[in-house]
Design a protein around this ligand. Structure first.
Ligand code: GLU
Length: 452
């Protein structure tokens, strides 16, 4: 029988990182077995489910590249894929169980599943055999509320039966549900799918993952907006509870599709390590084709879009290529807009302090004076509007050689004249990406600020 798995999010919130990990593992498992990956929207909670959350979930999955074969937006043999559109079936199935005496009405008119006396063994691909004494699991699960509406339990299990789901891969937090669902599967169809429960994801402090231990980021959209690449996030998510057979850490989608295996998922809780995510993101920023990174980075310099376009098609790619070596998040690029285009840079406090008095001040002024002369004297090459890296290096050499100023003051002074700050990205790349007229204007504005 061919593999059919499903990811069944409730649209009661945006797609969280934990849900994305569940979606990814289902997707990888389906692809590894040439199976089918179903996206089903579990919207039985009508009050809390919204179309906006459903859209966020679908958009987040698309952005991550976790594509599904059957789902609410595509036709499939088992449509509809929204549980709210399957309510009749859920109610009929629950009433069938009542007729077969597999369910009963309690005093409050809630229809509940009848439990067997004794134990239920869940055979789990990750956790092994888990034995549950049903009587210790509390009240039997509700199938129909007293107003007659079906619950998550009947909806989920019936849909899994009707959609021919072969493997249920979901978080360990569902393990006790699974014991109940197993009884329900047997009651409805006599067949039980294979289960695989994924380990919990904990924050770095060992407590439940929440905004507090993930730098305020919990949803896929938040990570995207904070400047993480989908390649890095997929790579990071894959390592939350799974490891590569050769312990490789930087893993492409192709490599994951080749090597993913539920047998290597561990039982113990996974830790959300931010440092690792940052490391992977930096690695992907450096290693993906520059066109791709440049395209993704554009979102973070939106305000400078026209200025970037004016500089021609290769400009932005060469800037990103020159500066991506030290980036951790694409959002670090937000600073590049003003760095590349502003005519009057803000002068950082430490720069102002450093060059405000004595020898440092005098040294700075002589660097500034000669720098302004060089900007007027040294011609641009060809039809360029900015200097080349080589030219900038030569101009720096001239300053060092001609002036009676130590090398450090030359470098720092030049950086302040170009950027207004003592620190920042590679100055050669930056200076050779800024138009000469802008460099001139900036130097004038910085000198004026130090002379007043
Ligand atoms: N809608 C449920 C959830 O989001 C689905 C659980 C399941 O996979 O059955 O937790």
């Amino acid at each position: 029988m061919s593999v059919r798995v499903r990811f069944a999010p409730s649209p009661t919130g945006p797609l969280h990182i934990g849900g994305a990990r569940t979606a990814l593992f289902n997707y990888l498992f389906a692809r590894a077995h040439s199976g089918v990956f179903v996206l089903r929207i579990d919207d039985t909670d009508k009050e809390r489910s919204t179309k906006a959350f459903e859209d966020d979930i679908l958009d987040s999955m698309r952005w991550l590249g976790i594509d599904w074969d059957e789902g609410p937006d595509s036709s499939g043999d088992f449509a509809p894929y929204r549980q709210s559109e399957r309510e009749e079936r859920h109610r009929d199935a629950a009433l069938r169980l009542l007729a077969e005496e597999k369910a009963f009405y309690d005093d409050e008119k809630v229809l509940r599943l009848r439990y067997p006396i004794g134990e239920v063994v869940v055979r789990d691909m990750v956790c092994g055999d888990c034995v549950f004494n049903m009587q210790s699991l509390g009240q039997e699960p509700a199938l129909l509320r007293s107003n007659g509406t079906p619950t998550y339990h009947i909806a989920s299990v019936l849909d899994d039966v009707e959609m021919n789901i072969t493997h249920i891969i979901r978080g360990q937090d569902h393990l006790t549900n699974t014991a109940k669902h197993q009884v329900l599967f047997e009651a409805l169809s006599g067949k039980v799918p294979t289960f695989a429960h994924l380990p919990l994801i904990l924050g770095e402090d060992g407590s439940k993952m929440s905004k507090r231990n993930t730098e305020g980021l919990t949803t896929v959209t938040e990570f995207r907006d904070a400047g993480y690449l989908s390649e890095a996030l997929i790579n990071f998510l894959s390592l939350l509870g799974w490891s590569h057979p050769e312990e490789l850490e930087t893993l492409s989608r192709e490599e994951l599709l080749r090597s993913f295996d539920l047998g290597r998922v561990n039982q113990t809780a996974a830790k959300f390590e931010f440092q690792k995510l940052d490391f992977l993101n930096g690695w992907w920023i450096r290693n993906l084709p520059v066109e791709h990174v440049a395209r993704e980075a554009r979102a973070f310099v939106d305000d400078y879009s026209d200025l970037i376009d004016e500089r021609g098609p290769e400009f932005w790619e060469s800037v990103v290529d020159g500066l991506r070596g030290k980036l951790t998040r694409l959002s670090d690029m937000a600073a590049f807009g003003p760095l590349l285009f502003s005519l009057t840079p803000d002068i950082a406090d430490d720069a102002r302090e450093h060059f405000s008095e004595g020898d440092a001040h005098a040294g700075f002024l002589s660097v500034a004076k000669r720098w302004c002369e060089l900007l007027a004297e040294v011609p641009l090459e060809g039809d360029r509007d900015c200097y080349t890296v080589e030219q900038f290096k030569k101009m720096t050499k001239i300053l060092k050689k001609e002036l009676d100023v130590d090398a450090k003051t030359v470098f720092q002074g030049l950086r302040v004249l170009v950027t207004g700050s003592l620190s920042g990205p590679d100055l050669q790349v930056l200076a050779s990406s800024i138009q000469r007229s802008v460099l001139q204007e900036r130097a004038r504005s910085v000198v004026a600020a130090f002379s007043s």
